[in-house]
Design a protein around this ligand. Structure first.
Ligand code: GN1
Ligand code: MG
Length: 350
């Protein structure tokens, strides 16, 4: 997909003076880098099949930009650039677009290579939620209803088993059985939802490593991609770090022998997160640090397998077994994580 001259001009770019290239590996939005002679920008087209109310995204970004500016003015926040009409988001040719400045001297990573990077990411995402601790999370709008509602994700999985592609259901027999056998992970989430000591917080909901910008010394500069910023529980952010950093290979890996949880990375994430979070977590919340990983790995396995059974309607697929493989990958990760429970808990108590 390419970007039209019209879209570029709404954000003040002259198509003959900029170079536009696809950027990043996100599954949902289309992201481009726009380079002029002296500057670079990130242009994004929002996927409106997923984000049905893009105006909610713009509302949230503006709300927290204002909140951070008055409460923690030193916090590095990347606000969108206004269009020639003065808007931070524009509806052009049946699509919603926005532009961010490219943060100079920054780079993004696709995998966590060492403990220092894991600590730094944990720290930055903890700091982010902590900086917004005083904001009433209910003032944020919901950009994707029930996004991390594991109860609903389980119900969607069960529905797919009755109405989905029968051949794909048959091919997924083992994965389906595994997910059913571990439905206690979904049941436990119900306890969390009804526990008043679990606070609804301003939650990022997509803490993969490429959503943190690093400087040349591998220190974090700021978190990016605030489309799924909504009220949520801390287990979403901490859990997605476990899900995406603990293993040296990603959810795309199909050689499952490489899927191994690294306890030292677990310890580094937790240390960093708790440092950034300060004393924000309640005792009940802090008791569920390990559960955060179960929650996110299990949910992602459910989502990938459900999508495979539903003929890839949500994520799409680069090859026929793509979502099947990603689900199997996440199940393998969850198995190793379950098996290492004791070791991981010893790590954080030391
Ligand atoms: C999607 O598009 P991306 O990669 O930022 C998804 C996340 C999943 C992730 C899995 C809005 O994120 O929830 O964890 O894929 N985002 C949405 O790779 O569904
Ligand atoms: Mg994202």
């Amino acid at each position: 997909m390419s970007v039209s001259e019209n879209v570029l001009s709404v954000f003040g770019f002259d198509a003959s003076l900029v170079a536009v290239k696809s950027h990043g590996e996100g599954l949902i939005n289309h992201t481009y880098i726009v380079e002029s002679e002296n500057n670079a920008y990130i242009l994004q087209k929002i996927n409106t099949a997923v984000f049905k109310n893009p105006v909610a995204i713009a509302h949230n970004i503006q709300l927290i930009a204002g909140y951070l500016a008055s409460n923690t003015p030193n916090y590095h926040f990347v606000a969108p650039i206004s269009s020639v009409h003065g808007n931070q988001m524009e509806y052009i040719e049946e699509g919603y677009y926005r532009v961010f400045p490219y943060v100079k001297g920054s780079h993004a990573k696709t995998v966590v290579q060492n403990e220092e990077q894991a600590y730094e990411a944990g720290y930055q995402f903890g700091l982010f939620t902590n900086a917004l601790n005083g904001l009433d999370a209910n003032d944020l709008q919901i950009t994707i209803p029930d996004f991390h509602n594991l109860t609903l994700r389980y119900a969607q999985f069960e529905l797919a088993l009755t109405s989905g592609n029968q051949d794909r259901i048959a091919a997924s027999k083992n994965q389906i059985q595994f997910l059913k056998d571990h439905s206690w992970i979904a049941n436990f989430f119900e306890k969390i939802k009804s526990n008043p000591n679990f606070k609804l917080r301003a939650t990022h909901h997509d803490t993969k490593i490429s959503n943190l910008l690093f400087d040349d010394h591998d220190k974090g500069i700021c978190v990016i991609d605030l489309d799924t910023l909504m009220p949520g529980y801390f287990i979403s952010d901490l859990g997605d770090m476990f899900r995406t950093y603990l293993c040296a290979v990603s959810e795309e890996e199909t050689d499952f022998s490489k899927i191994v949880v690294r306890p030292t990375i677990y310890k580094a994430i937790v240390k960093g997160y708790l440092k950034g979070a300060g004393n924000m977590l309640s005792i009940d919340e802090a008791d569920q640090i390990y559960y955060a990983g179960l929650f996110m790995m299990y949910m992602q396995a459910l989502r990938f397998l459900t999508d495979f059974i539903n003929d890839d309607i949500y994520y799409g697929a680069k090859y026929p077994l793509h979502n099947f493989n990603r689900a199997s990958n996440q199940i393998k990760l969850l198995e190793d994580y379950l098996q290492k429970k004791e070791i991981l808990q010893i790590e954080i108590n030391n």
